[in-house]
Ligand binder design. Structure first.
Ligand SMILES: CC(C)(COP(=O)(O)OP(=O)(O)OC[C@H]1O[C@@H](n2cnc3c(N)ncnc32)[C@H](O)[C@@H]1OP(=O)(O)O)[C@@H](O)C(=O)NCCC(=O)NCCS
Length: 165
């Protein structure tokens, strides 16, 4: 458990968190993951999932796969009532610090081309657009922007790049 701020902490996700997570998941994504999908991720030896708690209540979560010096962010969400308070940034910074400590060289993620809040967050943390995956999101046929963050380029981060073509 890591205390990030007054009353705010981040710890590994547990099976018992999934019920609360499902409430956030269902109002955060057009194609929400099932409880079974989270359960299966908790058993995946390459996966690391974390929850962010405010006064003991789960208000956000994020996860990634760690493999071959790369971390692939699979999800991040903050409860709608708790957005725009810096919690998404706290979780992302936590994933970045965790990846650095694990010796990761590169972090990668996909984001919907229409998801401006998330794209802005990732850009401000040094993720750069490296490509587009066409029709990546099957349910909406939306394209994904692929973003990459290299640890040896840490001194070059911070700009909010224009990412949409
Ligand atoms: C993306 C998400 C996790 C951000 O969480 P959050 O706690 O609201 O974000 P923060 O308060 O930490 O804000 C961090 C940065 O994100 C960007 N941002 C957040 N909300 C924004 C909005 N509504 N519009 C534009 N930029 C926004 C800003 O760059 C902000 O930095 P700033 O406050 O210095 O300007 C949250 O919006 C969410 O859960 N969305 C639904 C799920 C989702 O889309 N996940 C990402 C999948 S790839």
């Amino acid at each position: 458990m890591e205390e990030v701020n007054n009353g705010v902490s981040i710890r590994f996700m547990k099976k018992g968190d999934i019920e609360e997570i499902m409430l956030i998941e269902q109002c955060s994504f057009p194609a929400p993951w099932s409880a079974k999908a989270f359960l299966s991720e908790l058993q995946n030896k390459f996966a690391r999932y974390f929850v962010l708690l405010e006064q003991g209540k789960v208000v956000g979560y994020a996860g990634m796969w760690l493999f071959a010096r790369e971390s692939h962010i699979t999800t991040i969400a903050i409860h709608p009532n708790y957005r725009n308070q810096g919690y998404g940034r706290m979780l992302m910074n936590f994933l970045i610090d965790y990846s650095r400590e694990e010796g990761v060289d590169t972090m990668i993620l996909e984001v919907r081309i229409s998801n401006i809040p998330a794209i802005k967050l990732y850009s401000s943390l040094g993720f750069k657009k490296i490509g587009i995956r066409k029709n990546y999101y099957l349910e909406t046929h939306e394209d994904a922007i692929v973003m990459l963050r290299k640890f040896n380029e840490e001194n070059c981060r911070g700009e909010d790049e224009k990412v949409a073509d």
